[in-house]
Design a protein around this ligand. Sequence first.
Ligand SMILES: Cc1cc2nc3c(=O)[nH]c(=O)nc-3n(C[C@H](O)[C@H](O)[C@H](O)COP(=O)(O)O)c2cc1C
Length: 211
Amino acid sequence: MRRYYKVYTEMNLVSAILKVSILSGGTYMSRVNYGAKPIMLPQPVLIIATYDENGVPDAMNAAWGITTDFQEITISLGEHKTTDNLAVRKAFTVSMATEDQVIACDYVGVESARKVPNKFEKAGFHATKSEFVDAPLIDELPMALECRVKSFEDGILIGEIVNVSADESVVTDGKIDLKKLRPIAFDPCNNAYVALGEKVGSAFADGAKLK
Ligand SMILES: Cc1cc2nc3c(=O)[nH]c(=O)nc-3n(C[C@H](O)[C@H](O)[C@H](O)COP(=O)(O)O)c2cc1C
């Protein structure tokens, strides 16, 4: 089963560290080897929201996810109330966790609606049904992907992205504005949430200087 996050939480990052020196592009680097670990830097903090069979909303935190096509998202998931809900409703939303909601976003990652049915409410979240899929949007998180379940096999959820929505409060000149949204990232090396920094380059443009 490819439930990387479970493996990750059980492992000790400082164990079996092997230092080697390698010659890289003419520069000697002293690298620390961590072995095979599910680490990318940074990782997103995705808040997956679903309805259960009675229409009760749930939310969970997922950092092991990424878009894998223009209209596709892939997330590594264990067994949760969320996956029960996905089986029933075949839909979910994925909101970007934000700086001002960091406590609520972590809470939904450390508590299960299987134990606490009003977990969503306890997080301080309010739900508005998506216009596009049978899943809740979280009023407190202004940007979300609205998705249909394509498949969930062997711990891998693949969703079709049907719509992306953002509250006007985080939009500037028609574009989602990161300075307003203030999404957070997950640092799996230190189990930390981090804020994004300043713009340091222009994508699909800066590299042209070396062409
Ligand atoms: C930072 C963080 C990242 C997480 N990433 C994942 C993940 O990628 N996949 C997963 O299955 N669980 C992940 N979890 C654990 C779930 O969010 C957690 O088990 C949650 O309680 C499930 O809620 P539910 O049972 O109400 O669905 C993560 C938790 C935290 C705090």
